[in-house]
Design a protein around this ligand. Structure first.
Ligand SMILES: [Zn+2]
Length: 243
């Protein structure tokens, strides 16, 4: 009788354990991010690099070329001088170029909308003189949150500007020397559930670790069946909810 009672308990425990494992696999972030996606078109990633051009940007371009993928670069206007060849290369190799203000200096860009727009136009002019294109895709330094309102968005649209934030990022923007493994984990973490993925990285002169992590990040998304796209005029805008 006691034996029978014990085996009953064992069966019950096994059932509970089985249910737990199954439920967990349904609700775990990993499942949400990578396994449950059924439609191929949802598996899209945009690799985006802010704060270039710099001497490091060439390394990023080398990696993209070696891996046959393209990316989007949001450039700071006052860094173009001396890096003209990098900007031309970026364009010639099929990458997309966007605007990230002229100075990237918080106190200069955010007090007035006019100042912000003028910085974008100035950067647009410099890129235009080098490549012949007039980029209209823009990214707010530090993100659009706290700065973008409906009326500001309308004003930006009147200049044909389109706004792109991000939904995944490496912390290289906060600390350039973040360890490579950490950068990789951040860029591929299983809690990334929004699609398409817009991944923010940086390519200023100090972002050496980003370049080391980048090939592994590209491999991860290739292995998971992702398509790599670039942001251009036709890409739906993607900004944080406007309050
Ligand atoms: Zn930036």
């Amino acid at each position: 009788m006691k034996k029978k009672y014990l085996s009953g308990i064992t069966v019950l425990l096994l059932v509970v354990f089985y249910l737990f494992i199954n439920c967990y696999s349904f609700i775990s972030p990993k499942a949400l991010a990578y396994s449950v996606l059924s439609k191929d078109e949802e598996k899209v990633i945009y690799l985006t690099f802010d704060d270039g051009p710099s001497i490091m940007t060439n390394r990023v371009l080398d990696i993209l070329k070696e891996n046959h993928v393209k990316a989007t670069f949001f450039l700071i206007g006052n860094q173009i001088k001396g890096q003209e060849a990098v900007v031309k290369r970026m364009y010639n190799e099929g990458n997309s170029i966007g605007l990230h203000t002229y100075t990237h200096t918080y106190k200069k860009i955010y007090p007035s909308r006019k100042g912000f727009i003028n910085e974008m136009l100035k950067t647009q002019g410099e890129i235009n003189s080098l490549t012949g294109i007039k980029p209209t895709i823009i990214r707010f330094p530090f993100g659009s949150r706290k700065h973008l309102t409906m009326s500001f968005l309308e004003e930006l649209h009147s200049y044909n500007f389109k706004v792109y934030d991000w939904n995944a990022n490496m912390s290289d923007g906060i600390k350039a020397r973040t360890p490579i493994d950490q950068l990789y984990r951040e860029a591929t973490k299983t809690t990334i559930t929004e699609h398409p993925i817009i991944l923010l990285m940086h390519c200023d002169y100090m972002h050496k670790n980003t370049c080391v992590a980048l090939p592994k990040v590209i491999k991860f998304y290739k292995d998971n069946g992702y398509e790599f796209k670039i942001i251009n005029d036709g890409t739906p805008e993607n900004y944080y909810p406007i309050k």
